[in-house]
Design a protein around this ligand. Structure first.
Ligand code: AMP
Length: 589
């Protein structure tokens, strides 16, 4: 893939996209295409089929959405949908539909997300009014096809997004059923983070002479990538600002660059950080050269401690005092990561690179490790207790400094201390004063929100400890799939000692076979409500009246609270940690 600095630098304007699209991208603050976008957009505009190996976070949604929108042209009134995007989860269906809508707004393209669990009547009404692009989960798309409210023959383009994840969730048969009914001259695009043989089979059967794109092909020799201590935290998007604050407070860097993907994100994060009491400045391509030079100057002089920047604006930046580089998002390509962390740890100095990844972005970290051949340690966020200790230490240091300074400075306060000391005692007065100083410096962590910890085990537990991924449902008239992780159909998916796989915890779900629960219902509910991806979910057992699901220990409490009060298969269901030996937990119904 093209590296970020190779200044054949193709911009969005060079990609021959419709003006409305280029305008939308500029308004969103995208400064340049990501590598997958550079590689995929031209062949897709020509109408070629495409097989792209790219994970979440690479910019793959825009890579397929922009050429799709360009080819659709202006919205087409009440005609039937011309494009179908298949995605594994409800969350992704909404996210992709929103992205397509944002990019295609000036073209008047209408997009509809379709997924299970949402009222079908509303979807039917929207389809009647006219939709250009449908973004659907495979099961619900097939429901509509069977009701004839979607007709596969009208799709000129079909995109399979996160294909490996869809197969993992048991959608292989649905995908086959949908593709086999579509018109032969359609354009088919498949994106997948991994390319197992099952994906190759779909590609062989349904894509015609596809262009193949693989990200992160270039390897850096171990000595080539900068020597920097690399760490990562897995944090859901909504908690990132608080998580960044915690890490900054714990690390106390001298000067830091925080990288964001877009100008808008840079502006928003700069505001948030200033609101939280940091001295942060923005640096992006929307600022004049003069403004940028001044911002960099202030970081160098130490007036600013944090520079929040896009890749383009920070290219070539060299700041001696820089101790930390923070990737507020996982960069879109491993090469961009290497360039970013290269800003720190120059000339033999020690540097730290910290990356915030969302739970779905684990794979991007792996891809980066493969390219740099250096490990990225996934760590737990500093806890509130860690922070309290660190912040008290900071207050102690500030006081120690004040005490060792010019004593005359303090004399003005002696009258206050002496008058209070008579009534309260010297120690109490000192304690109250320290608390006031601590709070005034914004170091009080008492009312900070909790941040769910997603530090999942890096490797999947060994295969012999786990069942295969859940298969498709046992449909009426079809035998259950042999890889069905259903207790009774196969060897129970547990370790010989009966404990969950390493790093995993078993959850009890109060619904089972009698309520029609299938493994994919549980995977879907956990993926949709708690934001885990299919691969993070371990063994599943389904008994008559309850089910057991393994999830990463670190995410267990988050999953339980995310599912609390939610319905599974239309009914509210108890979800809790499995209680060993508790009534019902070990009983086989
Ligand atoms: P995706 O890999 O499609 O999930 O995209 C990851 C994130 O990157 C999304 O938040 C997009 O809005 C953002 N993004 C996509 N393309 C670009 C680009 N060229 N410049 C900046 N951000 C982008």
């Amino acid at each position: 893939m093209t590296s970020e600095t190779s200044d054949d630098a193709v911009g969005f304007a060079d990609l021959a996209l419709a003006d409305e699209l280029v305008g939308a991208l500029a308004a969103l603050g995208y400064e340049e295409p990501t590598p997958i976008q550079r590689a995929a957009i031209p062949p897709l505009l020509e109408g070629r089929d495409l097989l792209g190996q790219a994970a979440t976070g690479t910019g793959k949604t825009a890579a397929f959405a922009l050429p799709l929108l360009h080819r659709l042209g202006k919205g087409a009134g009440s005609a039937p949908p011309r494009a179908l995007v298949l995605v594994p989860t409800r969350e992704l269906a909404t996210q992709v539909a929103e992205a397509v809508h944002r990019y295609g707004r000036d073209l008047g393209i209408r997009t509809l997300p379709i997924y299970g669990g949402a009222p079908i009547v509303r979807q039917l009404k929207a389809l009647e009014r006219g939709v250009d692009v449908v973004v659907a989960t495979p099961g619900r798309a097939l429901d509509h096809i069977r009701r004839r409210t979607l007709r596969p023959a009208t799709f000129e383009t079909i995109i399979l997004d996160e294909a490996d994840e869809m197969l993992d969730m048991g959608f292989a048969e649905d995908i086959e059923a949908i593709l086999s009914d579509t018109s032969a001259d359609r354009q088919t695009v498949l994106f997948s983070a991994t390319m197992p043989p099952r994906i190759a089979r779909i590609v062989g059967a349904h894509l015609t002479d596809p262009v193949r794109i693989q990200l992160g092909g270039e390897r850096h020799a171990p000595g080539e990538a900068p020597k920097v201590r690399q760490r990562a935290f897995v944090v859901p998007r909504a908690h990132k600002p608080a998580a960044l604050g915690r890490v900054l407070d714990h690390e106390e860097p001298t000067a830091t660059i925080v990288f964001c993907r877009t100008r808008d994100e840079v502006d928003t994060l700069t505001e948030t950080l200033n609101g939280r009491g940091y001295r942060a400045e923005a640096l992006h391509g929307g600022m004049s050269q003069d403004q940028r030079t001044r911002a960099i100057g202030r970081l160098k002089a130490g007036t600013t401690e944090l520079l929040v920047a896009t890749d383009v604006a920070a290219r070539g930046l060299d700041v001696d005092s820089l101790s930390h580089v923070v990737n507020y998002d996982v960069p879109a390509a491993p090469e961009a990561y290497v360039h970013r962390i290269g800003r720190v740890g120059r000339a033999g100095r020690e540097g730290v690179a910290i990356t915030f990844a969302q739970p779905r972005e684990h794979r991007m970290l792996k891809a980066i490790e493969r390219v740099t051949r250096q490990p990225i340690a996934i760590e737990k966020l500093p806890t509130l207790a860690d922070l309290r200790v660190r912040r008290l230490e900071a207050t102690r240091e500030a006081l120690a400094e004040a005490l060792s300074g010019d004593g005359a400075d303090l004399d003005a306060y002696r009258v206050v201390v002496e008058s209070l000391a008579e009534e309260h005692g010297l120690e109490e007065v000192a304690l109250a004063a320290v608390r006031m100083a601590h709070q005034a410096a914004g170091r009080d962590a008492e009312d900070e929100p909790d941040i769910p910890d997603f530090t999942a085990p890096r490797e999947r537990p060994r295969d012999r400890d786990r069942p295969e991924r859940p298969g498709r449902p046992d449909r009426p008239g079809r035998p259950a799939r042999p890889d069905h992780a259903d207790h009774g159909d196969r060897r129970p998916p547990r370790r010989r000692d009966g404990a969950p796989a390493e790093g995993m915890t078993r959850l009890f779900v109060g619904a089972g076979r009698e309520r029609g629960i299938r493994p994919q219902d549980l995977v879907g509910a956990i993926a949709n409500e708690a934001g885990l991806n299919g691969r993070q979910i371990g063994a599943i057992e389904i008994a008559d009246r309850f089910s057991l699901v393994e999830v990463p220990e670190a995410a267990a409490d988050h999953v339980v609270s995310a599912l609390r009060g939610r319905s599974i298969k239309g009914k509210k269901t108890t979800v809790r940690r499995e209680r060993f030996g508790g009534p019902g937990a070990r009983r086989r119904s």
